[in-house]
Design a protein around this ligand. Structure first.
Ligand code: AMP
Length: 430
């Protein structure tokens, strides 16, 4: 098994890694780091959670560590502001014993603050395409000294419609600029982009295309659409979940679900693109610190988010495209840790489930929602009886008893829960 030392990393980086508790490189790191250090262009098919950030950040820092002076010697292009901030923080953490300065540039936040940071000197830019092009057009940023360009989450940048911006940015690279492309999934358009932008790249593939982290236990519950909020609240409380990231299809639904959980006495907040940037940052920070219990988010907002040891992701709504499912569940089970991904699948989402199964190459059989007291995927070993009972749910008081009853079977509802106590009489607020 390789070590960071055997990959040829310099001592200041190794020191930082050891302080961060990184004992061994992950497989994408073992494969990518030596090739990037050797100056190769590289394509890495690696999903988030595999350690891909360090796979490019470490050799990048080492390549630049030798001499300082020119600004913008490396650029990491990312799809979202959250990812820009996160990658910048990783660079600061890995480079704590080096004198290189990364600066994050992203929209939705004041440009003048970012420009002041640039004026103090920035060796590495971590940017979203729109804001970067704006600063280039205003002659505030020049890419003429660029030695390394990294396109992170390139598939996502294409999904978000950044293709023209990515091309324009790449045109500004000086000849010979080393270019790396990271993508969780590869499509025909990514492949043509690789052909266009990279020079005889090496390939690193750490996981089968579209496969999810193996450490994530995937569960699909068959439910009725109108019961979803109720079931989510029941699972959180009955399973004593410490933390979960819940995905909804729309911003409005994220707000509704968060409001519903709050009414149930569960600490929850919504995160989506309509929220002011400041509020988004506060919510993310609270969730990352473990202060906020449930974060209800849309795909765009949750992109790039990483929380160490996040135990659980819930697909409140299945995503429209299977790739989004892979990204979502990649928020848990990171860097070899275990995690659980729970999907609430309504009858009208069966088609989406089939598409996900086809992409994963495995079945996700629909199960009934467990009775209180059955294996609910709890975060503590305590008896679920100690879970705070939901307000206004007289029907739930019978749940501990139900645990000793025969287990409900999937019936002709196609795996939907047969739990009269939950499904009847429960007040519906959505
Ligand atoms: P990423 O795939 O870059 O989003 O990284 C996922 C998580 O794994 C982050 O929390 C990293 O801090 C962590 N990580 C990356 N590489 C290692 C490693 N070699 N050992 C332990 N944790 C790591």
């Amino acid at each position: 098994m390789s070590s960071f030392n055997s990959l040829g990393l310099i001592e200041p980086l190794q020191q930082a890694l050891s302080e961060l508790g990184y004992r061994r490189p992950t497989s994408v790191q073992s494969e990518a780091i030596p090739q990037v250090l050797a100056g190769q262009d590289l394509v890495a098919e690696a999903q988030t959670g595999t350690g891909k950030t360090a796979a490019f950040a470490l050799p990048l820092l080492q390549r630049l560590a030798g001499d300082t002076g020119a600004s913008a010697r490396a650029l990491i292009l990312v799809p979202t502001r959250e990812l820009a901030q996160q990658v910048c923080q990783s660079l600061e953490a890995y480079g704590r014993y080096l004198v290189l300065r990364p600066v994050a540039l992203f929209g939705g936040s004041r440009a003048d603050v970012q420009i002041r940071k640039l004026e103090r000197g920035a060796d590495i830019l971590v940017a979203t395409p729109g804001r970067l092009l704006d600063l280039i057009d205003r002659d505030i940023v020049s890419l003429s000294q660029l030695e390394l360009l990294i396109l992170d989450e390139a598939d996502r940048m294409l999904d978000l419609g950044f293709i023209a911006d990515m091309r324009r940015i790449c045109e500004q690279r000086p000849a010979g600029c080393q270019t790396l492309l990271f993508s969780a999934t590869l499509s025909g358009s990514i492949e043509s982009l690789i052909e266009e932008l990279l020079h005889r790249p090496r390939w690193v593939r750490v996981d089968r295309r579209n496969s999810a982290a193996k450490t994530v236990q995937q569960i699909a519950y068959g439910v009725d659409q109108r019961d979803k909020a109720d079931i989510l609240s029941y699972l959180i409380q009955g399973g004593q979940w410490q933390q979960a990231l819940v995905f909804t299809r729309t911003k409005k639904r994220a707000d509704q679900v968060a409001a519903y959980l709050q009414e149930e006495g569960i600490d929850a907040a919504a995160l989506h693109g309509d929220k002011p940037q400041r509020e988004r940052q506060q919510v993310l920070a609270a969730f990352a610190r473990g202060v906020l219990r449930i974060l209800v988010a849309t795909d765009v907002a949750a992109r790039g988010l990483h929380i160490d040891a996040l135990p659980r992701v819930v697909n409140y709504d299945l995503p429209q495209v299977p790739e989004a499912y892979v990204h979502r569940i990649g928020r848990t089970g990171r860097a070899g840790g275990s995690g659980q991904a729970i999907s609430l699948v309504a009858p009208d989402e069966r088609r989406l489930l089939q598409a996900i199964e086809a992409a994963l190459g495995r079945q996700l059989p629909l199960k009934p929602v467990p009775f209180f007291g059955q294996e609910m995927g709890g975060d503590t070993a305590e008896s679920p009886k100690s879970a705070r009972k939901p307000r206004n749910r007289a029907t739930r008081t019978a749940k501990p008893k139900a645990a000793s009853k025969p287990q409900p079977q999937a019936d002709d509802t196609g795996g939907r829960a047969v739990r009269p106590s939950l499904l009847s009489g429960a007040k519906r607020r959505r």
